[in-house]
Design a protein. Structure first.
Length: 592
């Protein structure tokens, strides 16, 4: 027992070093655990595949400001709405590993390790937040809860998950740490720079960035001494946004579009920065006057946005109503959480709800301490994140991340009491039970035993078929044929161009909307119309993967259409079947 105080001192004094050690250990475990995926370049999501294609194009000499993917819908290609920020660590790791191994293995290892870099940032930021709000040695619980959020947040940091979501979650964690930082200048800079970087990567976290700005402004309204924090935030938000646009916005994003950091949103960031800087400079003594000025600033931004950019008041993707109906409206993660089966929704909502309860408890317990302001910020942010789940289920990873400080506050209140209980049964069983409840781990266990919403045999078969269609070893068999433009499913396109030397027509990206509709029309309409569309795109090969999830949609919604007839009849005069290895899940045809 004599060593306990010493251990506590070390956990407090050397917390940065211990967090780094924990990050290295967790990263090593996940690389080991996901080695098969790394070995086979199993980029499970279409966005991960397209991210790698963007890195490859840049490293092959494509202009920095040209983010057009020329292997999708060739020869013109299409512009992706992303930036190169997330590409930098991937490319850097590839260049590093090329000194020691083949280019192929360098790429695989880079895709395995790159997602773990933002994990380190998120772990450090969460540890700092929990130290300030809960206690100097409570940070290990924050790391444990983060690593155990396997069904939500941690999925975005897994090896091969190289898309931008992990970095945006890291920016969100830094934002929360900045909101809780007692140092006004440093706290404002952290929030401003993290928001600017997140928006330069993509607009997915725009609501959270706006909420962070609102919380900082309200903090200044409540306490005039926060003017320095607001001033630094205004400078870093506007300046960081301008730098992000100048350094990373593609030429396609110089247009007045609504789906990325374009002149539209750059104008909003700069205007917000200028107005907040003026507010911090004026900083009147009256709370009422400060509130009125804050409301006026928000009104100016809202009215100006509606007046100058009315095209952005609707969907930011700016796609046709048909594409919304046939594609965007059916994206599962874009639907509210309550629209999902209980088996899916319950694990996603569990930790955010627990964290929200813990945030209220933490705020109440800190009501007479300097930590109150930080707890109020975290509670407001957590409330907002839980509300976002009622808009889109894709808010789940961010909501779980924001819930961790509240969950740690509950654990720090309950677990010491149980561990110090005189009865061994309470110490052991009670502690384990409380940990399972507070961390949200019980949700996965409960769902495993609930006899409701279990996937049907048909759903399991479709999921298995979809996974088989995406397998690297299966796709590589297509390289026996010379490189060609392949007409295939929208969801298969990014994976096809990543693994094989063939080009594809479409991927699930809204700026590729016309090509998406062409693929949908071809598989849904008559064989003659399908043939005409394929010839217009100069496709020479047709690739289908029976029972892939997208194929089942074409058959169910369009009986008698081209794909339905192809699946039943299997032949047309203008299609010549081509042989593939035994066991291949595909059907390949030459188009004449």
């Amino acid at each position: 027992m004599d060593g306990v105080p010493g251990l506590k001192r070390e956990l407090d004094r050397r917390w940065v070093a211990f967090v780094l050690i924990a990050w290295i250990a967790v990263s090593a475990w996940f690389v080991f655990d996901r080695w098969s995926a790394i070995r086979w370049l199993s980029l499970g999501d279409t966005d991960d595949n397209m991210r790698l294609m963007q890195v490859r194009a840049w490293m092959a000499g494509q202009d920095w400001y040209d983010l057009r993917q020329y292997r999708m819908n060739p020869p013109a290609g299409f512009d992706i709405h992303w930036s190169h920020i997330v590409d930098l660590p991937i490319a850097g790791l590839i260049l590093l590993f090329r000194h020691f191994m083949s280019p192929s293995w360098a790429e695989r290892l880079a895709c395995g390790i790159a997602p773990l870099l933002p994990l380190g940032v998120a772990m450090m930021a969460l540890a700092a937040t929990v130290r300030r709000l809960v206690g100097p040695i409570a940070w290990p619980l924050a790391l444990i809860f983060l690593v155990m959020s396997a069904t939500t947040t941690m999925l975005m940091f897994m090896p091969e998950r190289i898309d931008h979501h992990g970095w945006q979650l890291a920016c969100l964690a830094v934002t929360v740490a900045g909101l809780c930082d007692p140092r006004t200048g440093c706290g404002g800079a952290l929030v401003g720079l993290a928001s600017a970087m997140s928006l330069s990567i993509g607009l997915e976290m725009l609501p959270y960035c706006a909420m962070a700005g609102a919380i900082l402004t309200l903090r200044w309204v409540w306490d005039r001494r926060e003017e320095r924090r607001l001033e630094i935030y205004a400078i870093t938000l506007g300046g960081g946004g301008a730098a992000g646009f100048a350094l990373f916005a593609s030429r396609a994003n110089w247009a007045m579009r609504c789906d990325a950091l374009t002149p539209v949103w750059l104008s909003v960031l700069i205007a917000a920065g200028v107005l907040l800087f003026v507010l911090s400079y004026l900083s009147p003594r009256s709370v009422i006057v400060r509130l009125a000025l804050a409301v006026a600033a928000g009104g100016i931004i809202a009215v100006g946005f509606a007046s100058f950019f009315p095209q952005c008041l609707g969907r930011p993707e700016q796609v046709s109503p048909e594409l919304v109906r046939t594609w965007l409206a059916n994206v599962r993660e874009a639907k509210p959480l309550y629209a999902h089966p209980f088996r899916v929704a319950f694990p996603i909502a569990t930790l955010p709800v627990i964290g929200l309860i813990g945030a209220f408890v933490g705020t109440w317990r800190a009501r007479r301490t300097p930590a109150l302001i930080g707890w109020v910020a975290v509670t407001l942010f957590t409330c907002f994140a839980v509300a976002m789940l009622f808009w889109q289920a894709r808010a789940g990873p961010a909501a779980a991340l924001l819930a961790i400080p509240g969950a740690v506050a509950l654990a720090a209140l309950i677990l010491p009491w149980l561990l110090g209980h005189p009865k061994p049964v309470v110490r052991v069983v009670g502690t384990v039970t409380a940990f399972m409840l507070v961390s949200g781990l019980f949700a996965g266990w409960v769902i495993r035993w609930l006899p409701i919403d279990r996937p049907s045999a048909y759903t399991r078969r479709v999921n298995a078929a979809t996974g088989e269609c995406m397998r690297t070893s299966r796709l590589l068999t297509l390289n026996r044929y010379p490189a060609a433009t392949v007409f295939t499913f929208v969801d298969l396109g990014p994976r096809l161009i990543t693994i094989t030397h063939h080009d594809a027509i479409a991927g699930p990206y809204h700026r590729n909307g016309d090509a998406i509709l062409d693929v949908q029309h071809a598989f849904s309409r008559s064989p003659d119309q399908a043939h005409a569309i394929m010839k217009r795109h100069r496709a020479t090969l047709l690739l289908v993967c029976p029972n892939m999830s997208e194929s089942t949609i074409y058959r169910a919604r369009n009986p008698g259409g081209f794909y339905d007839q192809l699946a039943r009849r299997g032949s047309f005069d203008w299609l010549t079947p081509l042989p593939l290895p035994r066991g291949a899940p595909y059907k390949l045809y030459r188009i004449s």
